[in-house]
Design a protein around this ligand. Sequence first.
Ligand SMILES: *Cc1c(COP(=O)(O)O)cnc(C)c1O
Length: 476
Amino acid sequence: MERSVEEWRGRVLRCLPSVEEVLQREGPCLEGDVPRRELVEVVRHAVARAREEILQATSEELEKLPQERSQWMAKIREEVRKALRPSLRPLINATGVIVHTNLGRSLLPSRAIKAVEDVASRYSNLELDLESGKRGSRQSHLEGLLRRLTGAEAAAVVNNNAAAVLISLTALAKDREVIVSRGELVEIGGSFRMPDVMAQSGARLVEVGTTNKTYPRDYETAINERTALLLKVHTSNYRIMGFTREVALEELVDIGRKKGIPVMYDLGSGCLVELKHWFPDPEPTVQEALEKGADLITFSGDKLMGGPQAGLILGRKALVDVIRAHPLARAVRIDKMTLAALQATLELYWDPEQAIIHIPTLRMMVQSSSDLKSKAKRLAKEVKRRAPGLEVKIREDTSRVGGGALPLLRLPTWVVAVRPSGNGAHGLAKALRRADPPVVVRVAQQEVVMDVRTVQQDEIPLIGRALAACVEGDGR
Ligand SMILES: *Cc1c(COP(=O)(O)O)cnc(C)c1O
């Protein structure tokens, strides 16, 4: 018995092609843009792994391994293909969550993409004042635009909003106290907690009120000679409902003015257009927060603003100047491609109607039900054509904005639901994630649910192809 297993193992081993054989047969179609050295290395690794697999296999496992040279060749080819693919690559978001942090948040407007390409492929006046020929500031490119657009006195941009909060607190409140409501201390996903980020600034967070109720007097009694800032945080990803009391920005501004303490407001999402027309209870806009008297506001570039990852800091010149001059500014400074994309995205906000057409994040939010329905119909038809065995239907459902924006809002949408047999909905969802390009879907009640809100028209055939391939791989 023992002997026959070893003989069998030997037979399987003899089927395994050598590195040279793989390179000779598959090399020409795999090579493409891949450097020869990388290809050889990857093939060597794949063959070595296969050999190890055979050597370690029990007799049961041996049975499941390829028994012919051509099968091994195909298996190794697939492994090599996978290994040669870049790790970070585009995928299809069929979850309907528009600002999905795990999927890269906002898609850039095409003008912003063009701006990135321009500034990346040529030298630029990033830090050169073209008038004087002297050294300039990269911050100068956006400051005027942001001031005119929002009415802020001054502006600075950094790598992301967490950095904006960190540098603001460090520059303005290190070794002093910052008063914040207990109900506003948020965890922002990936288990990052804003209070932990804030603590890194060296400012002492003084929490006031309770989870559900904070009153103006809670701030007032906490104020003392060590108080540097009153901080308000937009509770972006949740709402406390029911028996609650939140101190409104106007009330906090009143207290700040009376006591001579600046009010900082971390807006999180940072919307630049009025969405009242589309949604009840929208996010506070940036302009609104400034009008109501916030002395400093911070928000993300890639949430509702729909631009690149960035942190925007707007407010009183005296405060922004201190932030800009802080040594941390160098550590969190924004790069030229982000600046270019931000500039192009912000320009679109001069005309809110244009912004909604050209900024994908906003466009996806305001898609009409009839557009969504016809997109769902197209996708369902494509799936039925490619994978006739599948049970496919379309129905109404809801999508979420994501990115911690508008947490309670459920946007009415249309979805394509597929009920698979075989490995079930989770199995199919997993197979779709492994497709090329990967497709990320929702799973609900044994169905794979594809929300077309975040699916682009040209992705529909790709989803059909991926589903067909997955279902075939399922043994049908
Ligand atoms: C998202 C968020 C942040 C962090 O912003 P990033 O751009 O992810 O760094 C900070 N504060 C609030 C309230 C947020 O919603």
